[in-house]
Each structure stands twice: as structure tokens, then as C-alpha cells.
Design a binder for this molecule. Structure first.
Ligand SMILES: CC(C)(COP(=O)(O)OP(=O)(O)OC[C@H]1O[C@@H](n2cnc3c(N)ncnc32)[C@H](O)[C@@H]1OP(=O)(O)O)[C@@H](O)C(=O)NCCC(=O)NCCS
Length: 190
């Protein structure tokens, strides 16, 4: 039997980094194993980075699980400032290489965008390494566009649907998250 048929993908909000710190560190280091340009390589530095991410997330940190195994995460900062304006940023998004290409990155992004729309934000931004072609293509596919550059980093932004716009279009939306009939997705908080 195909194992993917039994997969259950769950996205959980994370409030405390400690219980999952080792797993998240592993996912980060594996996802960036070939990246010598933009990512931290030293485990202790990654641990400090994870603590920094959760400190600034203000509820915007989610972990994807396949069955009970953590396989990816996203961390945002809602109150980020750019040129004097508050524009939320996605600080990190990684998926375990063994689980990439199954829609998990997209589910994590969707979770973050929904969270920000509910809070009334109409835009989200991120910084991606100019040579991180895969991530750039991934973000472009999800509607992000390059809006600025600082050194080797490109700023990408995406307009968000406000909650009221969403409600009015929700009738025409079908269950998009289940494009993979083999997987099911449940959202919950911890
Ligand atoms: C970028 C990353 C998070 C994507 O996660 P993922 O779970 O593999 O992505 P998904 O399976 O959800 O893909 C979503 C869509 O993007 C597309 N996509 C994913 N990677 C792509 C690539 N390299 N080129 C073009 N399209 C890509 C998929 O085909 C899919 O399209 P669809 O909705 O039409 O089917 C993952 O590759 C990763 O962890 N990379 C290393 C860390 C990194 O660079 N993070 C970004 C830092 S800014």
C-alpha cells in the first residue's frame, strides 16, 4: 500500500520553542544543507535564531506535522517596519527535504497569510537570497513579486485579501487545501 495514503498533514501554532527545538533545528539544517551563502550552519547559532524567531512572532509561528513528525515551519513578524511603515514579514520558511514538493510549504504560507488577513494586514513581505532560485520561483508561483533589493537580498511582497474580501469570495471557493486527495489537513493550536 502507498504510505502517502495514510499521511495526515497537520499545521499547529507554536508558542514555546523548547519542546520542538531539536527537531526544528534538524529541519532547518537539512533544508539548508547545500546553502553556504544565506543560512546559518552552526547548530548553536541556529538554536539562537529559533529563539529569536519565536520571540518576534507574536503568535505567527507554525509547524507542519506529517502524522506526528515535525517536517517544516514558518515564522513571521507582524510588526516589522520598512521605511517607517509596518509591513509584516515572513522571516523563515523551511520544509524537510524528504517532504518537499507535497504542498507543505504552500500550506504553511497560507496559514501565515490567513493569520495576517484576519488581523487586517493587506500586505506581507520577505527577503530572499538573490541566488536562491528555487525559493524565488516558489514565492513567485504564490504571487510574491520583487519590490526592492538590499545587497544580496531581494525583497518580495504580496498583497493580501482582507477578511471581508475573503468572506465575500468564500462561497466560490472550494476546498483548495485538499488538491492532494491523498492527504488531509487539520489546523490546531498548541
Ligand atoms: C521553498 C520551500 C519552503 C518550498 O516548500 P515545498 O513544501 O517543497 O513547496 P510546495 O510543495 O508547497 O510547493 C508549492 C508550489 O510551489 C511550487 N514550487 C516549489 N518549489 C519550486 C521550485 N523550486 N520551482 C518552481 N516551483 C516550485 C510547487 O510546484 C507548487 O506548485 P503548485 O501549487 O502549482 O503545485 C522548500 O523548498 C524549502 O524548504 N527550501 C529550502 C529553504 C528555503 O530556501 N526557504 C526559503 C527561504 S526565503
Amino acid at each position: 500500500m502507498n504510505d502517502k495514503k495514510k499521511e495526515k498533514i497537520t499545521i499547529k501554532q507554536l508558542k514555546d520553542i523548547k519542546p520542538l527545538a531539536s527537531e526544528l533545528k534538524r529541519i532547518y539544517l537539512e533544508a539548508y544543507q547545500d546553502d553556504y551563502l544565506y543560512a546559518y550552519r552552526e547548530p548553536q547559532r541556529v538554536k539562537r535564531y529559533l529563539k529569536w524567531l519565536i520571540k518576534h512572532a507574536d503568535g505567527g509561528f507554525w509547524v507542519a506535522f506529517v502524522n506526528d513528525k515535525p517536517v517544516g515551519f514558518i515564522a513571521i513578524q507582524p510588526d516589522c517596519r520598512f521605511h517607517g511603515e509596518i509591513v509584516p514579514e515572513i522571516h523563515e520558511l523551511v520544509v524537510d527535504p524528504a517532504y518537499q514538493g507535497r504542498g507543505i510549504g504552500k500550506l504553511l504560507i497560507q496559514k501565515a497569510l490567513d493569520f495576517l488577513s484576519e488581523k487586517g494586514f493587506d500586505r506581507v513581505a520577505l527577503w530572499v537570497g538573490e541566488r536562491n532560485e528555487d525559493a524565488k520561483r516558489f514565492y513567485e508561483k504564490l504571487g510574491f513579486r520583487v519590490t526592492d533589493r538590499q545587497g544580496a537580498w531581494l525583497r518580495m511582497e504580496k498583497e493580501l485579501q482582507t477578511s471581508s474580501e475573503k468572506r465575500s469570495s468564500s462561497l466560490s471557493r472550494t476546498a483548495k487545501a485538499s488538491t492532494t486527495s491523498e492527504s488531509s489537513m487539520i489546523s490546531s493550536g498548541v
